[in-house]
Design a protein around this ligand. Structure first.
Ligand SMILES: Nc1ncnc2c1ncn2[C@@H]1O[C@H](COP(=O)(O)OP(=O)(O)OP(=O)(O)O)[C@@H](O)[C@H]1O
Ligand SMILES: O=P(O)(O)OC[C@H]1O[C@H](OP(=O)(O)OP(=O)(O)O)[C@H](O)[C@@H]1O
Ligand SMILES: O=C(O)c1cccnc1
Ligand SMILES: [Mg+2]
Length: 492
């Protein structure tokens, strides 16, 4: 059983914006419901001022497509909706059409864990325009958030330099699904475990945890609290040492650590949750080592993110395990990925594909027309550049030059000896899922392997290296022509 079904047994088909349904009504009424169209889901800027993005959420999206079907309840609800004149918003004939509607679209997508860049399609939907439109909102909802959190997680894991990161975010997450999908995406991005037990059960993510201040506060003194905890959980002791005086707390933990060792157990470590984490971890490490508890790990938490972790690392903090909650699962410094879903082409009455373009005053917001694919070029050291091309352009793709759509003087020539691969792969054919469900473990490994393909500069947090992504020459020329044409039309 896949994820959405495990969590929601209700129909999710209405997880959409009303305007998708009113447009659907319009397409149906004007006889255009079956007109074939292509949409691309992409974002325009890497989140967190970063140099890359990790795609995630596809499994949810595919399951949404698989389950797509208006239930009797859904139809009854829609039948109750009224327009501004108090009459039914949707006609009974249209509702009967929806009742029988089955998704027959083709979807292409980049596998979860793939490193992607602005303007590259993460998903491409091709099929009757009414259906494509009905999928828009849910696809964006399911992919934007997990992609954002997988990326945040990867940034945090890069900052720890390979030390394990425990995701502690559930209490601060955006509701139930925010918590669950954050845990899933954080694991994809590289977190080692979560404190979220339901996420552990549903997704097979390792679960880990320590104890809270309340445990210590509920006893007369800290030493008794640690002793009682050790008595109850001798195989899971990470003592939170900062309830009163942190270094005194470390000494109490050491006393219990020695008792545990004498009883044939091992204290796993201590946790610091306030104060100067650099100073305190260095002092705590010294005390633990002097007591011979060299294997006891120091866990730190308290509003950590990639910036504080990087700073703590440069200060020589002796933290081995990082607990990160709020700033990870809320993507604190950028709470949304601006993924969009834009029409690329429609089939006209002559059965020919007609590329479509959305103009904008801001060049970055002008969409790219066509049926788009991304080709990644690689040499023996890894990825060198990505080319966005239009599968309608002939030859396919032409030439060996990449053109930056925002600055056409920025071009890159691609050596003929480079290898290449196309990022979008078929995942749904005529409404049937053809993508084998992948284990979270495999997706997580892919994210790591993918990051290793790129110049490490893309992982830099400050002014990251800009990986070259450009348009194929024919596509660039075509897009420019279309923009000029549209501008002339809009001026007349
Ligand atoms: N040495 C350090 N360098 C940089 N940032 C640090 C360092 N030590 C702690 N921090 C971060 O500074 C912030 C300290 O938070 P805050 O000012 O609320 O103090 P606190 O230690 O949590 O105090 P309280 O006792 O009230 O919990 C946290 O985000 C923490 O991760
Ligand atoms: O700081 P985060 O990255 O969100 O990690 C999770 C936090 O949750 C817990 O305490 P909580 O925040 O509930 O209480 P506290 O602030 O008093 O420690 C824990 O002690 C961490 O501090
Ligand atoms: O296990 C922990 O230490 C934990 C869990 C959730 C939030 N903060 C800490
Ligand atoms: Mg806190």
């Amino acid at each position: 059983m896949t994820t959405l079904t495990k969590i929601y047994d209700t129909s999710l088909t209405l997880l959409t914006d009303l305007y998708q349904l009113t447009m659907a009504h319009g397409y149906w009424k004007t006889g255009r419901a079956e007109q074939e169209a292509v949409f691309h889901l992409y974002f325009r800027k890497n989140p967190f001022e970063g140099g890359y993005t990790i795609a995630a959420g596809l499994e949810y999206a595919l399951e949404y497509v698989r389950r797509f079907q208006f239930s009797g309840d859904d139809i009854s609800y829609l039948a109750e909706l009224e327009g501004n004149d108090g009459r039914p918003l949707f006609s009974p004939e249209f509702l009967s059409y929806l009742n029988d509607l089955e998704i027959t679209c083709d979807l292409h997508a980049v596998p979860e864990g793939t490193v992607v860049f602005p303007h590259e399609p993460l998903v491409r939907v091709c099929g009757p325009i009414l259906q494509c439109q009905l999928l828009e909102t849910a696809l964006l909802n399911l992919i934007n958030y997990q992609t954002l959190i997988a990326t945040k997680s990867a940034r945090i894991c890069t900052a720890t330099g390979g030390d394990p990161v425990l995701e502690f975010g559930l209490r601060r997450a955006q509701g139930i699904d925010g918590g669950l999908s954050a845990s899933r995406a954080a694991y994809i991005g590289g977190c080692a475990a979560t404190s979220n037990v339901l996420a552990g059960k549903l997704f097979g993510i390792p679960v880990k945890g320590t104890h809270a201040h309340s445990w210590v506060m509920s006893f007369e003194d800290e030493l008794s609290a640690f002793e009682e905890y050790a008595e109850a959980m001798p195989n899971n002791c990470v003592f939170l040492v900062d309830t009163y005086n942190t270094l005194e707390g470390v000494r109490n933990a050491i006393r219990v650590g020695i008792q545990l060792r004498e009883a044939g157990h091992k204290m796993v470590g201590i946790r610091l949750d306030s104060g100067d984490l650099a100073y305190l971890s260095i002092e705590a490490r010294r005390l633990l080592d002097e007591a011979g508890l060299t294997e006891a790990a120091i866990v730190a938490s308290n509003d950590l993110d990639e910036a504080t972790i990087t700073s703590l690392k440069t200060q020589g903090a002796r933290i081995a395990i990082w607990g990160v909650g709020t700033r990870l699962v809320t993507a604190y410094d950028q709470p949304a990925l601006g993924g969009v879903y834009k029409l690329g082409a429609v089939r006209n009455e002559n059965n020919e594909w007609e590329p479509k373009l959305k103009l904008s005053e801001q060049a970055i917001k002008t969409s790219t027309p066509g049926i788009l694919q991304t080709r990644r070029f690689l040499n023996e050291n890894g990825a060198v550049a990505d080319m966005i091309y239009d599968e309608l352009q002939n030859p396919l793709p032409a030439g060996n030059v990449l053109i930056d759509p925002l600055d056409p003087t920025r071009r890159r020539f691609l050596d003929e000896s480079l290898q290449s691969e196309d990022l979008l792969i078929p995942v749904v054919r005529k409404g049937e899922i053809v993508h084998q469900q992948e284990s979270l473990e495999k997706i997580r490994e892919r994210a790591q392997q993918q990051l290793d393909l790129f110049h490490v500069g893309i992982q830099r947090h400050l002014e990251p290296h800009e990986y070259p992504v450009g348009l194929e020459q024919n596509l660039y020329n075509f897009k420019t022509e279309q923009i000029l044409l549209a501008r002339k039309l809009t001026q007349s």
